[in-house]
Write a protein that binds this ligand. Structure first.
Ligand code: PRP
Ligand code: XAN
Ligand code: MG
Length: 159
């Protein structure tokens, strides 16, 4: 569970809508030679954007930054980005502290960096994003969520 006081849950529909909105915005920045998806969070938005912008060349940079307890640790690069960066589009799901984005930027200095969501500490590192949330908000992505029952609003109130 997150220790952040606020939460921003994103449904599949919302994510699809936001990835399409980002694709619209990116149309005027292209054309792009290819997409570099920042795994794993960047993979789903990258697939949607690749479909909308008709991009078939997709590469990955594989980075681990957060543990399963949502704590940020040492950045581990499991697979580097390609050497060429001019004309490429980097896609990640979000930028938070900016640590991941800064590391990817160093590998791909001339690429256009796009994320769906951005928090204030990292938003200036990326070129395009759709929605900003406050730094004390934890974003929940649809692949980390499950449908479950919730008690009625009045449950126990009049006992
Ligand atoms: O701006 P930062 O503070 O660096 O945080 C943002 C990064 O953290 C998350 O990835 P994570 O390392 O959790 O891996 P995942 O994409 O495999 O979930 C998210 O997908 C971003 O890549
Ligand atoms: O699912 C996530 N939500 C977040 O808000 C976040 N920040 C860094 N890494 C994150 N992963
Ligand atoms: Mg990630």
């Amino acid at each position: 569970m997150s220790e952040q006081p606020k939460t921003f849950p994103v449904s599949w529909e919302q994510l699809h809508r936001d990835a399409k909105a980002l694709s619209w915005r990116l149309m005027s920045q292209g054309p792009f030679k290819g997409i570099l998806a920042v795994t794993r969070g960047g993979l789903v938005p990258a697939a949607i954007i690749a479909r909308e912008l008709d991009i078939r060349l997709i590469d990955t940079v594989c980075i681990v930054s957060y543990s399963s307890e949502n704590k940020q640790g040492e950045l581990k690069v499991l697979k580097e980005a390609p050497k060429e960066s001019k004309g490429w589009l980097i896609v990640d799901d979000l930028v938070d502290t900016g640590k991941t984005a800064r590391a990817v930027r160093e590998m791909m200095p001339d690429a256009h960096f796009a994320t769906l969501y951005a928090k204030p500490a990292g938003k200036d590192i990326v070129d395009s994003f759709i929605t900003e949330v406050s730094q004390d908000t934890w974003i929940y992505f649809p692949w980390d969520l499950a449908l479950q029952t919730v008690p009625p609003l009045v449950q126990g109130k009049y006992d």
